[in-house]
Design a protein around this ligand. Structure first.
Ligand SMILES: *[C@@H]1O[C@H](CO)[C@@H](O)[C@H](O)[C@H]1NC(C)=O
Ligand SMILES: *[C@@H]1O[C@H](CO)[C@@H](O)[C@H](O)[C@H]1NC(C)=O
Ligand SMILES: *[C@@H]1O[C@H](CO)[C@@H](O)[C@H](O)[C@H]1NC(C)=O
Length: 392
């Protein structure tokens, strides 16, 4: 099963469980009461003596429990009881301290899209001091302070705040031209962690591949090799820990189904057929002359592309990739006969597989790769931004 489907399924189960839980309690009030009773009993058990302080401690404990069940309600309660001020800073400090708080709940609260929660997120990130930390250590600290929620938009907002804060903390002593670079590199590190440490990812990227992956992300410039090497080695030596790790790490969503094999490919200008070795990886389709070639003859990014079966007079089991959304040409590149990289001239890429089964398999894998992946889109647009040359 596609890893993305697996992740989605787990979200579904997660949210189903939540609603079921509420239904069981039949109403929210009951849940709240229940929580207060439990807290009160615990406070009694701990044998605290009476008075104002213990009353406050008791309410604090109730507030924490409420927060863990329903972050918004918990915060409202604590504000109402005067234990937190109604300011982003006050709430952020509470979350940052995190005493007795569930990190999944913290992540949920910080990820909410509304003015106040976004201000809290901002203030929360500002409580982190990333001075003198290399990026991977800063990420370790940040990602340990709450559990990253599963939605692309939430992750995007949180990582953007992180990247800005990290850059801010470096002062003049900085590698990154802007925070987009830091953002893109942070994701590259998170993905590297999954590639290197998740047993279901078979191909472990080498240090060279990691460096290549990050070409030009510093406003068109490369980052210092030494920096990338140290990040790579750091992750290789020790995986990223995330709180509440249920083994279903979300970043798996980035890894699209891979496939490789021989296909016949029809030329763009001359309609002759050539046998090529195709590799589908990371939302790109590569083709090689020989399986052992290091450099592909061509690369077809699977963006704005559709796929369909077709028939051909010369070949069986054909399918083709065509530009969707009104474009005339497919944006792709290839190496010409002199070894120069040139833009492709294909309006369609027509391929022929060795059997109907093979064709179906390719179409299925390609469709999965092409289909909308919010994480991928989000990262791709960021990467384009980071790779833009500075305009001057
Ligand atoms: C925190 O909450 C999540 C989701 O509600 C749950 O799966 C996890 O077990 C909780 N963690 C602890 C330490 O209670
Ligand atoms: C890093 O990889 C390990 C092993 O797959 C995983 O448990 C952990 O959640 C990953 N960390 C992040 C931040 O994705
Ligand atoms: C894909 O289509 C979108 C929307 O039409 C456009 O903004 C984007 O630049 C296109 N990407 C490529 C690689 O052509």
């Amino acid at each position: 099963m596609c890893s993305c489907v697996r992740v989605c399924a787990s979200f579904l189960i997660h949210s189903l469980f939540r609603t079921c839980f509420c239904d069981l309690c039949s109403n929210v009030q009951l849940k709240d009461d229940l929580c207060e009773v439990v807290s009160e009993m615990e406070t009694l058990d701990s044998g605290e003596d009476g008075g104002k302080n213990s009353n406050k401690a008791k309410m604090m404990s109730i507030g924490r429990k409420k927060f863990n069940m329903d972050p918004k309600k918990g915060i409202e309660y604590l504000i109402e009881k005067g234990l937190l001020q109604h300011t982003a800073e006050s709430v952020a400090q509470f979350l940052h301290k995190g005493e007795g708080l569930n990190k999944t709940a913290i992540g949920d609260y910080l990820g909410e899209k509304n003015d106040f929660n976004e201000q809290v997120l901002q203030a929360f990130v500002e409580l982190h001091d990333f001075k003198d930390l290399i990026l991977v250590e800063a990420l370790r600290q940040f990602l340990w302070s709450f559990r990253l929620p599963g939605e692309a938009q939430k992750i995007d907002r949180m990582m953007e705040c992180f990247a800005k804060r990290y850059c801010e903390c470096q002062g003049d002593n900085k590698f990154f031209e802007n925070s987009d670079t830091c953002y893109v590199l942070s994701f590259a590190i998170i993905m590297l962690n999954t590639s290197l440490h998740n047993p279901s990812v078979k191909e472990k990227p080498s240090i060279e591949q990691f460096i290549n992956m990050n070409r030009g992300i510093n406003q068109g410039q490369d980052l210092p090799r030494q920096l990338l090497e140290s990040l790579y080695n750091n992750i290789k030596a020790e995986p990223f820990k995330i709180p509440e790790d249920d083994g279903n790490d979300l970043m798996h969503t980035f890894f699209n189904p891979d496939k490789e094999g021989w296909l016949w490919k029809q030329g763009g200008r001359y309609k002759s057929w050539k046998r090529r070795w195709f590799i589908l990886n990371d939302n790109c389709l590569y083709y090689f002359e020989y399986t052992t070639d290091k450099e592909p003859r061509g690369i077809i990014p699977l963006e704005n592309i559709s796929i369909r079966e077709c028939t051909d007079r010369q070949k069986q089991y054909c399918f083709e990739l065509y530009a969707s959304g009104g474009a005339d040409f497919i944006k792709a590149c290839k190496t010409d006969s002199e070894g120069k990289v040139v833009e492709g001239k294909h309006t369609v890429y027509r391929m022929s597989a060795s059997s109907d089964e093979e064709r179906k398999e390719w179409i299925q894998r390609l469709t999965q790769s092409i289909s909308h992946n919010p994480f991928y889109d989000m990262l791709a647009s960021r990467k384009r931004k980071a790779q833009l040359y500075a305009k001057n």
